[in-house]
Design a protein around this ligand. Structure first.
Ligand SMILES: NC(=O)c1ccc[n+]([C@@H]2O[C@H](COP(=O)([O-])OP(=O)(O)OC[C@H]3O[C@@H](n4cnc5c(N)ncnc54)[C@H](OP(=O)(O)O)[C@@H]3O)[C@@H](O)[C@H]2O)c1
Length: 334
């Protein structure tokens, strides 16, 4: 299938392009960015571009929209541009997006393949309601993606409440990011809108489809989000109350969680690995960035606490979105 990457020069777009190198199902046909980049060769702007994409000429978004000519779109544009662009493209082709523009629409899933693959059923609702041949599937914001992979195996113990404090990498703020003077030697306990996203996206992802929409999970999620001087890899301290379960049982489900093994998705990696002391620099590239590392599991009064870390650009963005597209294709939605 011919695919386009929108926002191909940004942090997430670059990651998409790397992950699509030699992909057995998806062939990169178009790389799209702003007017500033249009007409330049990809390798001129992205020094570490895979060889096979170096000579592709970037096209502007306007030019692309006039004649997309692809079968599927991966979107890594800023959210402010994405709503209109995604709706226009989804009339004809599937759109897998990192932008938040459609995450909270009733008929649009926020998908994490190992957590809520059944939410792909919303595609049918979306197509019927909107009269589209294509569809939109979003993935969550980066810290929610890492968190929900760690929460999914705990559902069997009855999740009552989740409190999380995040320590998020600089690359989560995009290519222009934060000023070095702000983030060096510092912790910034404010990421605009992030706490609301973690609290609401994780409940939608862990919710159930009822009457053609998602009924969010009923447990409470409360988050504090901080930015720390780490290049890639979001780390999260999680405090969780469960209806039942012991540390041994929790560790056991963490260690055995591998729900899509054997399905034959080309990018699939084991989603979760238990390690005593998870750290972004040591563990973010596990499973090519798709594996999340949990550890430091302990009982804390009547609750439990643990630490989880995962690659924000891969598990939390491009890699998650690519896995979404692979799952949708495998299950016959494409
Ligand atoms: N970074 C993360 O960890 C992360 C995680 C999850 C979701 N997201 C979401 O993913 C999206 C991309 O984030 P990012 O961090 O990769 O951002 P970024 O590094 O700032 O990249 C933005 C991309 O959009 C392009 N762009 C900007 N304005 C444009 C315009 N007017 N027309 C066409 N293209 C335009 C840029 O092209 P030029 O180079 O030509 O300007 C660039 O390719 C955002 O919606 C973000 O919220 C990011």
């Amino acid at each position: 299938m011919k695919v386009a990457v929108l926002g191909a020069t940004g942090m997430v777009g670059r990651t998409f392009v790397k992950l699509l190198e030699g992909h057995p199902w998806f062939k990169v046909e178009k790389l799209v960015a702003s007017e500033r980049s249009a007409g330049k060769r990809y390798g001129e702007l992205v020094e570490d571009s895979p060889e096979e994409f170096r000579d592709i000429e970037l096209v502007s978004l306007g030019e692309f929209l006039r004649d997309p000519g692809v079968d599927l779109v991966f979107n890594a544009l800023p959210a402010s541009l994405s709503r209109e662009v995604e709706e226009r493209l989804a009339k004809d082709v599937p759109v897998f997006t990192n932008a938040r523009a459609h995450r909270y629409d009733e008929d649009v899933p926020i998908l994490v393949p190992e957590v809520n693959p059944e939410h792909l059923r919303l595609i049918k609702v979306q197509r019927e309601k909107r009269g589209w041949d294509g569809f939109i599937v979003t993935n969550p914001n980066c810290s929610t993606a890492v968190l929900t992979v760690s929460l999914a195996p705990l559902r069997e113990f009855g999740i009552k409440r989740v409190h999380v404090a995040t320590m998020q990498a600089i690359s989560g703020a995009g290519f222009s990011g934060l000023s070095a003077l702000v983030i060096h030697d510092n912790v910034v306990p404010l990421i605009s809108g992030e706490e609301w996203k973690i609290e609401n996206e994780s409940r939608k992802i862990m919710g159930q489809i009822e009457s053609g929409r998602i009924e969010p999970a009923s447990f409470e999620v409360s988050a504090i989000a901080t930015r720390v001087p780490v290049l890639h890899g979001h780390t999260e301290a999680v405090f969780i109350e469960l209806e039942h379960g012991s540390t041994e049982e929790i560790k056991e489900v963490f260690e055995s969680f591998d729900p899509l093994e054997g399905l034959g998705l080309p990018s699939y990696e084991r989603p979760l690995v238990y390690t005593e002391v998870p750290q972004p620099r040591l563990h973010r590239d596990r499973g090519k960035g798709l594996t999340v590392t949990v550890g430091r599991l302990e009982r804390s009064g009547s609750a439990f606490k643990y630490v989880v870390t995962g690659h924000n650009l891969v598990r939390g963005a491009a890699g998650g979105s690519l896995l979404n597209a692979e799952l949708a294709k495998k299950l016959g939605y494409i």
